[in-house]
Design a protein around this ligand. Sequence first.
Ligand code: AMP
Length: 352
Amino acid sequence: MSAKTIGIIGGGQLGRMLAMAAARLNFRTVILEPQTDCPAAQVANEQIAGAYDDPAALAELARRCDVVTYEFENVPVSAAEALASQIPVYPPPKALEMAQDRLTEKRFINSCGIPTARFHAVDSQADLEKALADFGEQGVLKTRRLGYDGKGQRVYRSAADSAEGGYATLGNVPLILESFVSFEREISIIAARGVDGAVACYDPAENIHRNGILHTSTLPASISEETANAAREAAGKILTALGYVGVIGIEFFALADGSLIANEMAPRVHNSGHWTEAACVISQFEQHIRAVAGLPLGKPERHSDCVMTNLIGDDIKALPEWLRRDDTLVHLYGKTEARPGRKMGHVTQLLR
Ligand code: AMP
């Protein structure tokens, strides 16, 4: 196998874990990220310190690499397309386009025959009032673009909430109002598609969020095998429709009747898939590297039950206790300053 070079756009912890998985398979990695000494560059072969949409930096990335991937979904589509005209870019730029805007994303997911919450585009106060009236004054208002970890969202539970604030409270940007989903639990599936079209799905994880940020992912999820298969089937449809190559993370709401409603998709490795590095032979990171490098996908089988816990901000203070456990894999991201809400690392405890 000849050593190839993989470009990774984005220098965060996901890029770091991709670079580590790549190194084990003899691939070199080049990180494109403006911030130097970022989590990914600490473990990669090279860094190009430039903006994600800087034409010169992108041209340099294309020159140094055989294939380019990314670790976050807000890579400018134009930059990904420009690169794709020179070298393979996986996942395909179309996946970025579909995932960057919640309205486009929901329409796309529905076009695959997968249900989502009902939704209305909201571009004014009048739109918001009309949409809330349609949903019985309840719903979740979200920015269409650039929302993450629960940021750029507002929940309406009754007419009293509507009186308090409206369209302008989220910054006069294009919004979407989603109907409020009374879910029983939140699950996600990590799936991959290879260059040859093969699809591999890990077991769905059950996710608990705190303050809008993922707190734990637990395996197995408390769902039926039928519901798990419905998640796998939905992932297969999305991957195939996009002609996808790489790993994707798809989040769902599971309802009391066992049915699933898709919430969102991330065209990259996903926080709710970190458990795979401890409880599967092939982690989501290696799976992604295998896919984008054109290698056969690994089996996504899980050998242990487990719970992954994010270490956010001051959670890192519990590190000595985690390190004393002999059932727990600790993974740190190389960040020196523990700011509130900042993901510092994660731990995966095997439950045996
Ligand atoms: P998101 O940024 O879309 O992942 O939303 C963050 C969190 O808000 C989700 O994990 C849910 O807990 C909650 N949420 C989002 N959309 C809805 C919805 N339509 N109905 C009920 N809860 C929601």
